[in-house]
Design a protein. Structure first.
Length: 150
């Protein structure tokens, strides 16, 4: 399949469309998907797309700052919520584990402690790994489970 547009034509349309695929497609008179395909296939088109998106963000940021300078409270709040997180301007707190990693919890150890406790109480119905059930008589719990908790 021959390309209908050059990479340069596509890059120019993306710039004119400010990085919005449907706007670039309108400039060229093609489908949005055509623009997306060119972005995937041609590094120069991808670079033009990335640059157009960054330029649009820069423009919007400058307008936001202008609104802040003009005393727009909504703009101020938005800016603080998105850029002032490290100073506590957030609506929600993000909780992480050690060094920003995931939160770790020893569910297995907690589960073993609870199972051991239940297995040691008389009259409790317990299930084995095979699915069979039995009623405890109050005898000591499975030594393997007990030793895992000690």
């Amino acid at each position: 399949m021959a390309n209908k547009y050059t990479a340069e034509q596509m890059a120019d349309a993306i710039k004119k469309g400010k990085g919005i695929l449907s706007a670039a497609a309108t400039v060229l008179g093609c489908a949005r998907q055509t623009v997306a395909i060119y972005i995937e296939r041609y590094p120069t088109v991808k670079a033009a797309y990335d640059e157009a998106k960054e330029s649009t963000i820069d423009f919007v940021e400058s307008r936001l700052l202008k609104n802040i300078d003009n005393g727009d409270t909504t703009a101020m709040i938005f800016y603080l919520k998105t850029q002032g997180k490290r100073r506590g301007y957030v609506e929600r707190q993000e909780v992480t584990g050690k060094d920003g990693g995931p939160i770790e919890h020893d569910y297995r150890g907690e589960l073993l402690r609870k199972l051991t406790d239940l297995a040691g109480k008389p009259g409790r119905t317990v299930f084995s790994e095979t699915g069979s059930e039995s009623t405890t008589s109050g005898a000591s719990a499975d030594p393997e489970l007990v030793s895992a908790n000690e």
